[in-house]
Design a protein around this ligand. Sequence first.
Ligand code: ADP
Length: 253
Amino acid sequence: MNLKLLESLALGEMRYFDSVGSTNDLAIEWANQNAPHLSIVIADEQTAGRGRLNRKWLTPKGTALALSVILRPEENTPLSRTVGLGALAITDACLKLGLAPQIKWPNDILLNNKKVAGILVETLWDGATARAVIVGMGVNFTKEALPPAEALNFPATSLESALGKAANREEFLREVLASFIARLPQIASAQFLNAWAERLAYQNEEVQIIAQSDEITHGKLLGLENDGSLSLQSVNGNRLTIRYGDVSLRPSA
Ligand code: ADP
């Protein structure tokens, strides 16, 4: 990949690899050393890309984007909103292409109700202080990026399928990072939360939240709490708060 397009952005340092296990793993290692704020790790291929809960994220060569951004948070940075920062950056880049992206809370981006991108946030702690936050992002560009149907827990798509033509990886990457940099100073604002909430998929629709224990919570999707948790209205009218981390969201059948 030609990364010249990124030169004008206010990034930290950049590391590019043709092939890696996982960009998040390299970013964690680098963040444990001396990676400056807004440093990035980019790879053309991931052989051991990770989703949440030890699920796999597929990134075959030349078909997708695998990117990890290293943040050095300030004391008052709302860490629980960093997944929203990744989601807003990817959806901003999709909107620039004329697409209609939605965020499947907490960490997936949908086009036409199919997953085109995923986000994996990992935090390095020094006791109670976050030393670094790694925002990993995987975006499918062509249909060759998609895992086989039997490996999917949700339908998948690519930018090319949604656009009807190829999307330029370097330009898309630039848009994602430009948006990420521009929105970071606003991360604690009400406008940030509103922009994030407006892009949620299934608003006012019945959804189910599947916990790791397989326990299912049903409710109508209302929006976001201040910390980025999901707000649902349960069948008996109570307001429920679903926290990020160990749950998967699906539309109700
Ligand atoms: P969930 O959808 O339950 O929130 P994750 O966000 O953790 O799951 O994403 C991991 C899952 O995404 C994998 O188990 C797999 O089904 C699916 N997946 C893996 N690679 C891709 C890809 N390139 N595009 C779309 N979906 C993928």
